[in-house]
Design a protein around this ligand. Structure first.
Ligand SMILES: [Ca+2]
Length: 477
């Protein structure tokens, strides 16, 4: 009798425990993060583009929140570093762009977004361009993603002939063979990978958006029973531009317009799938880009990809979560992709790593209340060489180095004193009164210049003190 009682108590306890685990699992939001390559602020309808048709993104914005001061970085790898680690790239020593001959990658000891969500049992996948190291120890499946399908770096690069690991049934296209692939590399021909192996070489770039989308939809459909994190870093609209037959020549805005309209279609497919499975109200969807426009438009900002003018780093960003994020709203507070890791951790109740410094902040208050005050009023702009290029505090932005490499950014429209921006001396802009960064007002506000210089020096010193190493590839797994 006593034994039965004990057994009953134990079983009851077990079922309550599994019941509360199920309840917790049920309350965890799914997260879909669509990360476009090289899309500028002015490339889509919700951010002012009137030429390219983006009906699904327009709906997305109407149903969610638009962020108008959302920061990434000037180029690819450093941006993905910020996104994945919640840290400025300089803190984790990742340079602007990794190449097929790079022997480095994001350090395997870094704790990524996916690893944070893994704490809570999320199913995770990365579909698209990784660009945080193509050697085996750096691949997405070694950084918290259950599965990976995509290209390891930019689509204008080439294969690393030594390290590529071809799957037994790898599809070789365009007369390519494994032997030929091992002999050398050709620009604009990149490997398509599944897991840690190359499954297609060269990747058929015109069909990537379509195939990533199919893969993403399949993933969502398979994860109905558990919370999931879908990271979808598209290959487009990085050059060489490509679009599938259905979209090629259809936008009337060249291949770039075609590729953007296909990305918009892709967003529609994902939204449709979430609605269809009634996952809408429990899924946070984010749409943003890794850096300013390359071929497209960063309007109304000055500069493009590669610069630390706003046009190089301020991104279109939309977030949607019906019932939680107020529909049709806009947020102008400073935020950025470094804030997503701490924000996701907060939303799912996961712990942040305690043994390291993070730069991002939990911005969930901004998501849920369009009138919320600033979470952080300061943003640091790093350059591809990991030096600190500029600092923004509230509306003031001070360049600590020459704003842009020569020839990278023309003086802003109506620039009054363009010469002072490329010569010696500080360059200060007021983003509230001069959002297009046309007029250097450093000489009028020496006290602001001094304050920002001191703040930047202090923050840089802290980062240098707590700097962590980049991953070095020395061979093996
Ligand atoms: Ca990019």
């Amino acid at each position: 009798m006593r034994f039965m009682l004990l057994l009953t108590v134990c079983l009851l306890g077990l079922s309550m425990r599994s019941g509360s685990l199920a309840a917790e699992r049920d309350s965890l939001p799914n997260i879909v993060l669509i990360f476009i390559d090289d899309m500028g602020y002015g490339d889509i309808g919700p951010f002012g583009n009137t030429k390219v048709k983006t009906p699904h993104l327009d709906t997305f914005a109407a149903e969610g929140m638009k962020f108008t001061s959302f920061y990434a970085t000037p180029v690819c790898s450093m941006s993905r570093t910020c996104l994945m680690t919640g840290c400025y790239n300089a803190r984790v020593s990742v340079p602007g762009v990794l190449f097929p001959n790079s022997k480095i990658g994001l350090h395997p000891d870094e704790i990524t977004l996916a690893e944070i969500l893994k704490q809570k049992g999320y199913a995770t996948t990365c579909i698209g361009k990784w660009h945080l190291g193509h050697h085996q120890p750096f691949l997405p499946t070694k950084q918290g993603f259950d599965t990976y399908f995509g290209i390891p770096y930019s689509n204008d690069m080439a294969i690393d002939p030594q390290s590529a690991r071809f799957a037994k049934d790898c599809v070789f296209r365009e007369g390519m063979t494994e032997e030929k692939a091992r002999q050398g590399s050709i620009r604009n021909t990149v490997p398509l990978m599944r897991g840690v192996e190359v499954v297609e070489y060269p990747a058929d770039q015109a069909t990537l958006t379509e195939r990533y989308t199919a893969e993403a939809v399949k993933f969502i459909q398979a994860q109905k029973e558990q919370p999931f994190f879908l990271y979808l870093p598209h290959t487009m609209v990085h050059g060489p531009l490509a679009a599938s037959e259905r979209f090629r020549g259809k936008s009337g805005q060249g291949l770039l317009g075609d590729a953007i309209e296909e990305l918009d279609w892709s967003v529609g497919q994902i939204m449709h799938t979430l609605k269809d499975l009634q996952l809408d109200n429990k899924t946070l969807v984010i749409f943003t880009s890794d850096n300013g426009a390359a071929a497209g438009s960063s309007a109304p900002w000055r500069g493009k990809k590669g610069t630390n003018y706003e046009g190089g780093v301020r991104e279109p960003c939309l977030m949607r979560w019906p019932g939680r994020i107020p529909a049709g709203t806009s947020c102008s507070q400073i935020a950025g992709n470094i804030d997503l890791l701490p924000t996701f951790a907060k939303l799912v109740g996961a712990e942040l790593p305690k043994n390291r410094v993070l730069d991002g902040r939990d911005i969930s208050s901004l998501l849920f209340d369009p009138k919320a005050g600033p979470v952080r009023d300061t943003h640091l702009y790093f350059a591809a060489n990991q030096s600190l290029a500029a600092i923004r505090q509230a509306d003031w932005k001070l360049f600590l180095t020459t704003p842009a490499p020569k020839g990278k950014a023309k003086p802003g429209k109506g620039a009054k004193n363009a010469d002072s921006e490329t010569g010696a001396g500080p360059v200060l802009y007021n983003l509230a009164t001069d959002p297009a960064e046309t007029t250097n007002v450093a000489s009028m506000h020496p006290e602001i210049v001094a304050k920002l210089q001191a703040e930047a020096a202090q923050r840089l010193a802290e980062i240098q003190e707590h700097r962590r190493p980049v991953g070095q590839f020395t061979g093996g797994e």
